[in-house]
Ligand binder design. Structure first.
Ligand SMILES: Cc1cc2nc3c(=O)[nH]c(=O)nc-3n(C[C@H](O)[C@H](O)[C@H](O)COP(=O)(O)OP(=O)(O)OC[C@H]3O[C@@H](n4cnc5c(N)ncnc54)[C@H](O)[C@@H]3O)c2cc1C
Length: 415
């Protein structure tokens, strides 16, 4: 059924009894042309574009829990493309362009809101670095501008620009096309659209091993039996290195907890996304009115989906400094995810030395914004067995050649 205002009215008048299931709940088949491991946004987007653009519909997405239960359902949904290097601008801008029409394409309201993203500068060095990034962004067709402190206040009146505080706001970059969306809706929208093209989305199905014969993938062992396939696409943020180890690959990835929290709902107060690398906090306001607040990763490696108290303490102190008006707000919920980080703070989208085994991971703290672009270029890589031109710089080879895409300045706390 197409979702529209007419179907909404019809169902509203008939007791909402006619809505069909958004996607099937199939048992896994014995064989597929390709298997995607991981039912997050990236995995489902990969399956969607494999079916839509490469005609591969005999495929399955295998998810050990429920779709969107990983980082896709745990992130703070910040979207922007103002990274420093050409390679990053290409992939994140590709994603941003896809986000713009995605709700219509998937026939699912993903609540995309291009409300603008501010990256604050708190000292002259940071200001210089951010101004340089604005110039680099413009050369790459990324919309970016520099605001001084007064202009920051005009754009986002709630920010404290007093020069008497510990880290006074000296200015900010603004990407007006950046913003937020609804992560569950993106996951569900991709799942529904992929399912409609015949993709099997199999939940509660953990991949426990990968069979390799003569250097090529022949199938996956799962908690629901063996599945034959010549192509395995690993899209398991947080567990990328665990899956890669199943084919004997050791990746330069570390997994860390990353947490976020939301406040009680309040009236509209924060009109854009505010990020600060220096004081290490970022905040936006959800459509329900909650402030959605994030910070940096826990320093230690872990696979637990929860973060440490000291991060929250620091995060709250920073928030109160930036927005003193919220200092008496109550916090409602806190949660964590596991992010897999590469040494250069850039992702891996790559073929591997094992024929038929492909990796899309290492997005660290900031992969949500890339979801459609990542799925799109990874589907190409899997279908054609050659890297999409936008994905090529993110191949595994860069860790041997040294051609790293070092994005720590643009990644950091700033998701
Ligand atoms: C607190 C937090 C805030 C964040 N904020 C932002 C943000 O504001 N902006 C941004 O751009 N990014 C953000 N991120 C990062 C972003 O969420 C991730 O980069 C992105 O969602 C990764 O998507 P994914 O589909 O690859 O991973 P996931 O959604 O984690 O999906 C991977 C799936 O693989 C499954 N899986 C793992 N092992 C197996 C197995 N053996 N068999 C079968 N399935 C398996 C998992 O269950 C999981 O569902 C944030 C992350 C966190 C944790």
């Amino acid at each position: 059924m197409r979702y529209s205002v007419f179907s909404l009215i019809r169902e509203g008048l008939t007791g909402h009894a006619g809505w069909p299931r958004a996607w099937r709940n199939p048992d896994p088949k014995p064989a597929y042309d390709a298997v995607v491991i991981g039912g997050g946004g990236h995995g489902l987007a990969t399956a969607y574009y494999l079916a839509k653009e490469h005609g591969m519909t005999r495929i399955a997405v295998l998810e050990k829990g429920w779709i969107g239960g990983g980082n896709s359902g745990r992130n703070t949904t910040i979207i922007r493309s103002n990274y420093l290097f050409d390679e990053s601008a290409a992939i994140y801008n590709h994603a941003l362009n896809l986000w713009k029409g995605l709700g219509r394409e998937l026939n699912f309201n993903i609540m995309m809101s291009h409300r603008g993203v501010l990256n604050l500068a708190h000292d002259e060095h940071e200001g210089r670095q951010l101004k340089r990034r604005v110039e680099a962004n413009r050369l790459n067709g990324v919309d970016a501008e520099w605001l001084d402190a007064r202009q920051v206040k005009e754009f986002c009146p709630v920010i404290n620009i007093s020069q008497q505080i510990r880290y006074p706001v000296m200015g900010a970059t603004l990407q007006r096309s950046g913003g937020v969306n609804r992560h569950d809706a993106v996951v569900w929208g991709y799942a529904r659209a992929a399912d409609a093209m015949g993709v099997d989305i199999v939940q509660q199905c953990e991949v426990t091993g990968i069979r390799v014969e003569a250097g090529a993938v022949t199938g996956v062992e799962t908690t629901r039996g063996f599945i034959r396939t010549p192509k395995v696409a690993c899209v398991t943020a947080g567990h990328t290195s665990v899956i890669a180890a199943m084919v004997g690959l050791k990746l330069p990835i570390q997994s860390h907890p990353l947490q976020a929290l939301v406040s009680e709902p309040i009236k509209p107060l924060v009109p854009c996304v505010i990020m600060s690398n220096a004081v290490h906090v970022y905040v936006s306001q959800s459509d329900k009115g909650e402030l959605v607040i994030g910070a940096g990763i826990d320093a230690h490696n872990s696979y637990t989906q929860r973060g440490s108290i000291d991060i929250i303490e620091h995060q709250m102190a920073s928030l109160c400094e930036l927005l003193p008006v919220v200092s008496r707000l109550k916090m409602m919920r806190q949660w964590g995810g596991i992010v897999d980080t590469c040494p250069d703070a850039s992702p891996i989208i790559s073929k591997t030395p094992v024929k038929g085994f492909y990796i899309n991971g290492g997005w660290g703290t900031g992969g949500w914004k890339a979801t459609p672009g990542s799925g799109h270029v990874f589907a190409w890589t899997v279908a054609k067995d050659e890297p999409h031109p936008i994905a090529a710089p993110f191949a595994l080879e860069r860790f041997y050649t040294g051609a790293l895409v070092a994005e720590h300045g643009a990644a950091a706390v700033a998701h």
